[in-house]
Design a protein around this ligand. Structure first.
Ligand SMILES: *Cc1c(COP(=O)(O)O)cnc(C)c1O
Length: 372
């Protein structure tokens, strides 16, 4: 056997797969590391989901609806209650998590000789979609407060002429939302060259935005090259479902159908998502509590003297630590798992239940005292 087994693509050799450390609940009872909603479905909602899956099970010999028409209608109706207006089913596309949606966007609109662009620090999966689709990856930089310098951002877009601009709003890991003028400016810049680029605003955390922060869904009628992605993994409390989706011009949804795998959304996934959407008010019912807990966490961390990024999401980035790994490790030893991510010196904590946040605060106080 030669040394190069398996014969992996050159650029993938030696690369660690993406993923936060997954510890058991025994190892870390307080899990605040992957921005999940800490509140699961009620027994009634879980039972309704199970009934829907049982119905789907009766016809598992058949392939699912390839165009998931019913689900697209339900998602369109939901978006109209969540910042959108006049979203029609042909403007909606879905896949197994918004990660798959964005990978499909790069499969369809990126590729060799094309550029995907974002602004760091940002979601660490973006460069991986680019790598996997052989799209060139370009990362500009955010300002000191993690906002976008609009003039510099436009200059970079005009210079590199990306086919796809990927921008989370709120941004992960910083929590920073994009103002509507930034989205408009980038859409106009990306429409100003041939054949033009798509601007993908990743609103994975959109439902957690603070009052007064708008959704890019509002701008869809004005920009044909704008794509807004959402997920059921975060506010919707359904990370285990794996359902992400987008809203965009119907021609964009149509184009993605060329690259999607046959029947990519299983009957079980479609049945589960439809049942979850019927329980939307309940599943989303704790979003306001989580936003209040987020704001309280920001305030508390600032009172302790930490530097804290403003957050429109369900997590908070705070620092700065000379040795953030030691702080992360100290918290794990006290049963609290957070995320070592973002710029050096910073840590990210997801917003959990009040009990979980109390445990986090106590552990952080102990660890920083011990390490002082
Ligand atoms: C969590 C997250 C997603 C959602 O991923 P899913 O595949 O839908 O679970 C998308 N974008 C960002 C920036 C995220 O943090």
């Amino acid at each position: 056997m030669s040394a190069a087994f398996p014969p992996l693509r050159q650029e993938l050799q030696g690369i660690e797969p993406y993923g936060a450390p997954q510890l058991s609940l025994e190892q870390a009872p307080v899990q605040l590391n992957v921005n999940e909603n800490p509140y699961g479905p009620s027994p009634e909602a879980a039972a309704d989901i199970a009934r829907s899956v049982a119905e789907a099970a009766a016809s598992l010999n058949r392939y699912p609806d390839r165009e998931f028409v019913e689900l697209r209608s339900a998602l369109a109706a939901y978006l109209d209650t969540s910042g959108g207006t006049g979203i029609t089913p042909d403007m909606v596309w879905a896949a197994n998590g918004s990660n798959e949606v964005m990978l499909q966007l790069l499969q369809a609109f990126g590729g060799p000789g094309r550029v995907a662009l974002s602004f760091a620090p940002t979601y660490s999966m973006y460069p991986e979609y680019a790598r996997d689709t052989m799209t060139e990856w370009v990362a500009g930089h955010r300002a000191e407060d993690f906002s976008l310098d609009l003039d510099a951002a436009r200059d970079l877009v005009l210079e590199r002429r990306p086919s796809v601009v990927l921008l989370p709003s709120p941004n992960n890991p910083t929590g920073t939302a994009l103002p509507p003028e930034a989205v408009t400016m980038l859409c106009e810049a990306a429409a100003s060259y041939e054949p033009g680029g798509l601007v993908v605003v990743d609103e994975a955390y959109g439902e957690f935005r603070r009052a007064g922060t708008s959704s890019a869904l509002e701008l869809l009628p004005r920009h044909r090259n704008l794509v807004v992605t959402r997920t059921m993994s975060k506010a919707f409390a359904a990370a285990g479902l794996r359902l992400g989706y987008l809203a965009a011009d119907p021609a964009i949804c149509d184009a993605i159908r060329v690259v999607r795998l046959p029947y990519h959304l299983s009957s079980v996934t479609q049945a589960t998502a439809l049942a979850a959407l019927r329980h939307a008010p309940e599943l989303l019912g704790r979003v306001d509590d989580l936003r209040a807990e987020r704001d309280a966490t920001v305030t508390w961390l600032r009172e302790q003297g930490f530097e804290v990024a403003d957050s429109d999401a369900n997590f908070v980035l705070f620092g700065r630590f000379a040795d953030r790994h030691a702080v992360w490790q100290g918290l794990v030893e006290r049963g609290v798992l957070i995320r070592e991510t973002g710029p050096d010196g910073w840590l990210r904590v997801s917003v959990g239940t009040p009990e979980e946040m109390t445990a986090f605060k106590k552990a952080l106080t102990d660890v920083t005292k011990e390490q002082a």
